[in-house]
Ligand binder design. Structure first.
Ligand code: WT7
Length: 649
């Protein structure tokens, strides 16, 4: 257990909600009592309250064949209609859906009526390109309105989107396109990052060159105006095509279990998993949590979730949750410190943002830059702050609340995963006494427990494994094309209880503290990376004989990727270790994406292994974190650590 977590456990500060906040809060304590009295009935009620059903459901949950659940199975709805048309029909068409802010400073305000109109046209365009219900569409776009429009257009016709984060490499994009057998790719010429245009279409071209694929067309949004290569017959400009289609489009009803999207995430093996989510249950829980955890008052709040739509946070809390609830939100294209260090705070001041949802890694990097930067801006519109992606250390929590929130507004730390689809553990503002560093309590209708390795409930404050003991509406329905891996990864360990892969413990108040992953998954800046995937990338390079990767504690990014590499015999002495290390870092970044770039690559003569040949990552982690090396008695060769240490120190 690392130092930061030990520190967390001593944290005793506690913040009561103010009576004013509690009085105006959306969430009322009876949510907990209602859900406890009849959990399944509670979700049925939420589904009816929060969504429009073309055909009402009569069955709420079917869990007769675990781990395969269905929710609201005989109901029918249209996800995009829920996010768009019904707000317009209710007289809220003139409400701003999106305040879009481009990195170079261009901006667009888009009302619900305008967004609905754009999605209708895009839906017609997809249909005209031969996309129909159940087909997969890959979306590889920057944070521009067309990203949201594309996702909703795909949803509107009952097709399935697979959004790939714009930072991923041609290889990563290619494997996702192939795995999902995508028929269409939607991309742009590029986007803006750190003051410069970066290409996206080029990456799509490179991805599609890698092998014959099922892709019939590439639809290209013009964003940067940079030159792009063109494949006649395959490539189409978004603007040209959208000008040709009908403006009208009727949203047809689809079954509640119609697949909505696939989103790839890292697992313990080298191959990313295509997490599958469906419609009715997913939308119910994203809308419920977005409304109650963020205390959304749609008429007055301006909400901003800083996540990219390429991650689950962007799916659930930029697109589906907020739009289902008719929220007004900010969508920002670029980096937090471009062109000025206070860009985020400038955006909050400009749009009078009242709810901010971001990641601890961002908060810590702002802490490093100093409070004088946010203090130059008027942040008094903020009334609620949220955190997601990794444990938030109490120092960062307090800084967030004081420097950004002015000292008295709620901060909610939300635990969930790509697989859970929506928030599972969080305080409810106005109800829960807040405790910095703890994600606190299961949301109403969700059942969490902490078990020992052999499945016994952990008593007292001992650490254990986090499980979800009952099915929940936004749960993943499977791994695309791999039902065995789905069962094996999440359900084999504890039968019909979902194994999350996180360690956790309860304190004496019953509040839950997350202790990090218990598998070979790393969390860098709130993004999930697999040690195995980076190791196989390193080994694929001609320099490498063997590689081991660990996630080492990092002050800003939570964890950082640290690699230990043995060079092939014939490569030794060809270049300096520094050169080899730099080459390999760049190689990983090119092969997977910049987020996977190792902080350090150490060239070492050997790796610590047990007698059965298993790499002892624990010892490498000690080394990478600058700690004294732990127990080495199970090593096959005890001298190994000394020779590695000589290289590292
Ligand atoms: C993993 C899931 C959920 C959206 C972003 C990440 C870690 C997430 C917290 C939190 C402690 C957290 C867990 C989890 N995690 N939120 N509030 N406190 N840890 O989604 O990429 O699927 O990663 O992120 O380890 O398993 P993801």
């Amino acid at each position: 257990m690392n130092v930061q977590i030990d520190h967390n456990l001593e944290e005793i500060r506690r913040f009561r909600p103010s009576p004013e906040f509690a009085a105006g809060a959306i969430a009322k304590p009876d949510l907990y009592t209602d859900a406890a009295a009849d959990r399944v009935g509670f979700w049925g009620e939420q589904a009816r309250d929060l969504l429009h059903w073309h055909t009402p459901f009569t069955k709420t949950l079917d869990w007769s064949n675990p781990p395969f659940a269905t929710w609201f199975e005989d109901g029918e709805l249209n996800v995009a209609y829920n996010c768009l048309d019904r707000h317009v029909l209710a007289g809220n068409g003139e409400r701003i859906a999106i305040h879009w802010e481009g990195e170079p400073g261009d901006s667009r305000d888009i009302t619900y009526a305008q967004l609905t109109a754009e999605v209708k046209k895009a839906a017609n365009l997809l249909t005209s390109l031969g996309v129909s219900a159940g087909d997969r569409v890959a979306i590889y776009l920057p944070m521009i309105p067309e990203a949201v429009v594309s996702m909703l257009a795909v949803a509107r016709i009952g097709a399935i989107h697979s959004v790939v984060f714009g930072g991923f490499s041609p290889d990563s994009l290619h494997s996702r396109i192939v795995d999902a057998e995508a028929k269409l790719v939607i991309t742009s010429d590029g986007g803006y990052r750190k003051g410069r245009p970066f290409p996206l279409k080029e990456t799509v071209d490179a991805a599609l060159e890698k092998s014959e694929t099922t892709v019939e067309h590439v639809l290209v949004v013009k964003r940067t105006g940079e030159d792009v290569a063109w494949t006649e017959g395959r490539d189409l400009w978004w603007d040209d095509e959208i000008a040709l289609v009908d403006a009208d489009h009727e949203a047809k009803a689809f079954p509640a279990e119609q697949p909505l999207f696939i989103l790839y995430t890292s697992g313990t093996t080298g191959k990313p998993k295509g997490i599958l989510h469906t419609s009715g249950g997913y939308l119910t829980q994203t809308a419920f949590t977005h409304r109650n955890v963020f205390d959304l008052h749609p008429e007055t709040d301006v909400y901003w979730c800083t996540a990219d739509v390429g991650w689950i946070t962007g799916h659930s809390y930029v697109v589906y949750g907020p739009l289902t609830n008719g929220a007004t939100q900010v969508l920002y294209e670029g980096t937090p410190d471009t062109p000025i260090p206070g860009r985020w705070w400038q955006i909050i001041e400009k749009y009078r943002v009242s709810i901010l949802y971001t990641a601890p890694t961002a908060i810590r990097s702002f802490m490093k830059m100093g409070r004088q930067i946010p203090q130059q801006f008027d942040l008094r519109s903020l009334r609620l702050l949220g955190s997601v992606g990794e444990p938030i250390n109490p120092e960062a929590w307090i800084w967030y609340r004081h420097v950004i929130g002015g000292g008295s507004i709620p901060v909610v730390d939300t635990w969930w995963q790509t697989e859970t689809g929506a928030i599972m553990i969080s305080a409810l503002p106005g109800i829960t006494d807040l405790k910095p560093g703890s994600a606190q309590v299961a949301i109403p209708g969700v059942s969490i427990d902490i078990l020992s390795d052999d499945g016994e409930p952990v008593t007292g404050t001992d650490g254990g494994l986090l499980v979800v003991t009952e099915p929940w509406p936004s749960m993943l329905r499977g791994i695309w094309g791999d039902p065995e891996r789905f069962t094996e990864t999440y359900w084999e360990k504890f039968g019909d209880k979902y194994f999350a892969g996180d360690g956790a413990r309860r304190d004496t108040d019953g509040d839950i503290w997350l202790l990090g992953r218990v598998d070979d998954v790393m969390n860098v800046s709130g993004h999930r990376l697999s040690t195995a995937e980076i190791e196989s990338s390193l080994v694929a390079h001609d320099l490498t004989a063997e590689a081991a990767v660990v996630g080492a504690a990092d002050e800003t990014t939570g964890q950082a990727v640290v690699a230990f590499v043995i060079l092939k015999e014939r490569q030794q002495g060809v270049m300096t270790n520094e050169e080899a290390s730099e080459l390999l870092r760049t190689h990983v970044s090119k092969q997977i994406g910049a987020i996977a770039r190792p902080r350090q690559v150490f060239i070492v003569p050997e790796l610590p292994k047990t007698r059965s040949g298993k790499i002892m990552r624990r010892l490498l982690r000690d080394l990478a974190e600058g700690r004294e090396i732990g127990d080495t008695t199970t090593l096959a060769e005890t001298s190994v650590m000394t020779s590695i240490m000589e290289q590292v120190r």
